[in-house]
Write a protein that binds this ligand. Structure first.
Ligand code: DHB
Length: 308
């Protein structure tokens, strides 16, 4: 089955890839993705310097999904600037995720990383786990100002990783800014920030940072992810490439994201739970669905969700 896709003129032989953050911090993890069936290599969000991240336990998986408060553990962008050229041998697109604790952090990383020419850059506007640092994506004016500055230094196509929004007014406001800036793609959604998972037997929280609060991913966030993919698909009249992320555990979930408007999908929680074999399993499952329904390619279904 043809599961290929194109985002900002970058060709992906399969549209399934890891989500930024999931097993993509070290060179070894990135090379494992290179050898896997993942359609791209997406890096952990990088900051100026190496970060150990938050204290452990900081990731917890449960039947409904996952909660994490990693705290941006990463090697620092100078290390990724050295690693990225070494990943080219795998012959698949490389997506560098950039984050920061201030606009200057983003700009520095953007300048260095753009010079090593990953295929795409994903600007992370939605890390929920740094104490005292609200998600930029929830401040439309701060997002606008940051993206306008980044646009001046970036020479490779770039998109934004957005947090989930829960009101059409917010979707419209964010889409307006992204239209004005002229981004090349959207990655939708990051985790549902600052949830709380409780262990009733132990009568305590399940992760250590931030008194147990963390970003929720996996199965339970799929309807929120689908709503955000669909809302942005419509606001951009189907003209904006969208990478759907959130709650993808089966081929059916991939299919639903594409029906809502995704051109590709990223896998976070299910990849962490299952390892790299998740990509071939999902490829097989979604291919079977498409075949059974008489489609010739995944993109044939993009955005075609019917309304009642
Ligand atoms: C982290 C979590 C995120 O959801 C994100 O977008 C970036 C970083 C983290 O805690 O490391």
């Amino acid at each position: 089955m043809n599961l290929s896709t194109t985002i900002a003129d970058v060709h992906f032989s399969t549209c399934l890839m890891n989500a930024a953050g999931a097993l993509c911090v070290t060179q070894e993890e990135l090379e494992t993705l290179g050898r896997s069936r993942s359609g791209a290599i997406v890096t952990k969000s990088m900051t100026p310097a190496f970060r150990q991240g938050n204290p452990e336990p900081r990731y917890y998986s449960f039947p409904g999904g996952s909660i994490n408060s990693m705290g941006l553990p990463n090697l620092g962008y100078p290390a990724y600037a050295e690693i990225i050229p070494k990943l080219r041998k795998f012959g698949k697109p490389i997506i560098a995720s950039i984050a920061g604790l201030s606009p200057v952090d983003f700009l520095e990383a953007a300048q260095t990383i753009t010079s090593v020419q990953p295929d795409l850059i994903e600007i992370n506007l939605s890390c929920p786990n740094i104490p005292g640092k609200p998600q930029i994506g929830y401040d439309v004016e701060a997002s606008r100002s940051l993206l306008l500055q980044l646009k001046d230094v970036l020479t490779v196509p770039f998109g934004v990783k957005l947090p989930p929004y829960f009101d059409p007014v917010h979707h419209e406001a964010v889409a307006g800014v992204l239209q004005e800036v002229g981004v090349d793609f959207l990655s939708v959604i990051n985790s549902v920030g600052n949830g709380l998972v409780v262990d009733p037997d132990k009568e305590r929280v399940v992760i250590k940072p931030k008194a147990g609060f963390g970003g929720i991913g996996g199965r339970m966030i799929k309807p929120v992810a689908l709503a955000n993919v669909r809302a942005f698909w419509k606001l951009f009249d189907g003209q904006m490439p969208i990478i759907g992320t959130g709650g993808i555990v089966s081929g059916t979930d991939v299919f639903e994201h594409v029906l809502c408007g995704a051109s590709a999908v990223q896998i976070g929680t299910a990849f962490v739970d299952e390892g790299v074999t998740v990509f071939q399993r999902l490829e097989k499952e979604v291919s079977e669905i498409l075949h059974r329904k008489g489609y010739e390619s995944l993109l044939q279904c993009r955005g075609t969700l019917q309304e009642l």
